[in-house]
Write a protein that binds this ligand. Structure first.
Ligand code: ZN
Length: 324
């Protein structure tokens, strides 16, 4: 296990990708194994970086398993196929991750992705996006969709800068930021819904029949989320809006596929953090003090937490909203 000073940790764990990479560095072996829990869907491929699970006819989810140390994908993502087109969700951490998913789309759905949706700017969801366009295996070039804000944040913030990524993001079809849009894949409509709260601009990718929601990083399952860019009240509102009344499979940004109980446990966890942050602020504690003293209630079950800094970051996000 690498030794990192608190200062190095703070310096390196700013982005969502770094959060995951550092989590992997701190993960004991038993936890790494627990991360790769029994799949909810039918397993169609397993790699060191993740597993591809069939969620429904024509829909597959890539559940990344980064705690083993392989950072090819880091985030979850997936494939939605119709008769005439295929949407790939997320650009992943490295171009090889995107190229791998595209190759699977061709194997499983019969064609290279025609569309790509990047849910938000964080490196582990966006930095590999050029892989769909530049892979030697590519037989066509999908259109990449993201909001203008996401494009700008990728270009401004994501390091190391990369010419192929910049070119892919400059060439995107811009998703409307204030209203849903749809992609017609032939016998299947995919809705892309602008939201926010995990970052300044998030989107969910949704199918109504069967009921499947790719949540991006608005939802995490079994791993404590990264609040680095979060606006917690907006996050809570977006999460509430994502929850459906009927039976649904949620593909979270990180962690295993989620059903209703998993989703509701996540909502309860966000609520516990809010209560704790409000109380800590009232008691005059700093986010660092509050984070150091905090423990999630046992009733919420197991949440992988690798460093107390993640609690501190959640409290800091709340303090920003609460003022001071
Ligand atoms: Zn993220």
């Amino acid at each position: 296990m690498p030794r990192l000073s608190r200062r190095d940790f703070l310096a390196q764990s700013g982005s969502c990708a770094a959060h995951l990479a550092l989590a992997a560095a701190f993960a004991p072996r038993a936890l790494s194994a627990a991360w790769a829990r029994a799949p909810l869907g039918e397993l169609v491929a397993t790699e060191p970086f993740g597993s591809l699970e069939k969620v429904a006819d024509g829909i597959w989810a890539l559940i990344s398993t980064p705690l083993g140390g392989d950072r090819t994908t880091l985030s979850n993502g997936g494939i939605i196929a119709g008769r005439s087109g295929v949407v790939a969700i997320e650009g992943f951490n490295q171009p090889a991750g995107a190229a791998w998913l595209a190759t699977k789309a061709r194997e499983l759905a019969g064609q290279w992705p025609t569309h790509v949706v990047v849910t938000h700017y964080h490196a582990d969801h966006a930095n590999g996006v050029a892989g769909y366009l530049t892979s030697e295996a590519a037989t066509s070039k999908p259109t990449v969709r993201a909001t203008e804000r996401t494009r700008n944040l990728v270009l401004e913030k994501n390091q190391p800068a990369d010419a192929a990524r910049a070119s892919a993001m400059q060439g995107i079809v811009v998703l409307p930021a204030s209203e849903p849009s749809t992609i017609d894949l032939g016998g299947r409509r995919v809705r892309i819904i602008p939201r926010s709260g995990h970052t300044d601009s998030d989107v969910s990718v949704e199918v109504d029949d069967p009921s499947v929601v790719f949540t991006g990083d608005l939802v995490w399952n079994g791993m404590f989320p990264n609040y680095v860019d979060a606006v917690p009240t907006k996050l809570a509102a977006s999460v509430k809006a994502l929850r459906r009344e009927r039976q649904t499979i949620y593909v979270p940004g990180h962690g295993a596929l989620a059903r209703e109980a998993d989703f509701d446990r996540y909502v309860a966890m966000l609520g516990e953090i809010e209560q704790a942050a409000r109380k800590a602020k009232q008691d005059g504690k700093t986010p660092a003090e509050a984070g150091a003293a905090y423990a999630l209630p046992a009733s919420l079950g197991e949440w992988t937490l690798f460093n107390r800094i993640f609690f501190e970051r959640a409290f800091s996000a709340w303090y920003r909203e609460l003022g001071g």
